[in-house]
Design a protein. Structure first.
Length: 305
């Protein structure tokens, strides 16, 4: 059976840190939001009006766009343009994967690729309830039962890393681990690929991973490593507490401890309870029966940006 089509309401709020593109006519930034189809085609898109007054490097559009015929699994692409007399120039683009707004919507800032330090603030909602989704009451589970959840974690970019390998060059990568409250629980973590080209002190990964199981109250630990010929060196660690991303999600920079002024840009979205897909909830008393730690690596889903 074919997947149902839905309508999206996309609130383009504002952008920060755009570049000066037109020195003679002045900047006139606007945004195109389009649906990325599974076959690579773009059939549905909508534009904001250009901003020509005020702070055009930090423009405020505050426009709501409606996109028809969206299906779960299709990402949204936001392209920021600057309108000129004869045409337009591209500032950069940002991509929001489907899993970050499908069930619970999304509101936050995402990085604009191609424009250093630029971000765009958006709010995306799917119009109408989706079949098979769990309600907030179902997500909480019954009394005394811990309901494991799945998280979508996008590891976008780091800023201000140190040079670790003078001979082989730097190859930074990131591990994200769920810090389980139960010390006997299996280790749950995902890992990005190492970046070996470009600006490796400000590396861009742009990877999205699904990670589970995660339970409310458990923080996420991001460790930045530099891959060498024999072993990896630790750049630093960033910790994101549970209350910063659950239930509303998180998009922003977190400080990397051990590295002055270093930041890691991540997006974390709760994707719903595992019981929604037929998996069973966890009995808190059952965890005491586990004796060994096993490594469980989450599956990479797709590129984010």
């Amino acid at each position: 059976m074919a997947s149902p089509c839905n309508k999206l309401k996309v609130h383009i709020i504002r952008a920060e840190g755009l570049q000066h593109m037109n020195r003679f006519t002045g900047d006139h930034p606007y945004v195109t939001c389009q649906i990325q189809r599974a076959d690579g085609n773009v059939e549905t898109k909508a534009d904001t009006k250009p901003i020509s007054a005020g702070d055009t490097l930090n423009p405020i559009w505050d426009e709501i766009l409606e996109l028809e015929s969206w299906q779960p699994g299709e990402a949204l692409e936001f392209i920021v343009y600057d309108k000129g007399i004869l045409g337009f120039k591209t500032e950069g683009k940002a991509i929001l994967p489907s899993e970050f707004f499908h069930r619970h919507g999304f509101q936050g800032m995402i990085a604009i690729i191609g424009s250093p330090d630029a971000r765009i603030g958006i709010d995306v909602q799917v119009v109408g309830a989706q079949d098979g989704e769990a309600t907030p009451e179902q997500a909480k589970g019954g009394e005394g039962v811990v309901v494991p959840q799945r998280l979508g974690v996008s590891i976008l970019q780091a800023h201000g890393l140190n040079q670790m390998n003078n001979f082989t060059g730097d190859n930074p990568y990131v591990k994200c681990e769920v810090k389980h409250l139960d010390p006997a629980a299996e280790v749950t973590q995902v890992e990005t690929k190492a970046v070996a080209e470009g600006d490796t002190l400000n590396p861009f990964w742009g990877e999205t991973h699904n990670i589970d199981p995660w339970c409310e109250g458990e923080s996420l630990e991001f460790t930045v490593y530099d891959k060498g010929l024999v072993a990896s060196k630790t750049e630093g660690t960033a910790v994101l507490p549970s209350d910063l991303f659950f239930p509303q999600g998180f998009s922003g920079m977190v400080a990397i401890s051990g590295l002055p002024h270093a930041l890691l840009h991540v997006i974390v979205r709760p994707l719903g309870p595992l019981v929604a897909s037929g998996e069973t909830a966890v009995d808190p008393d059952a965890s005491s029966k586990k004796k060994k730690k096993k490594l469980k690596v989450g599956k990479k889903s797709k590129q984010c940006c």
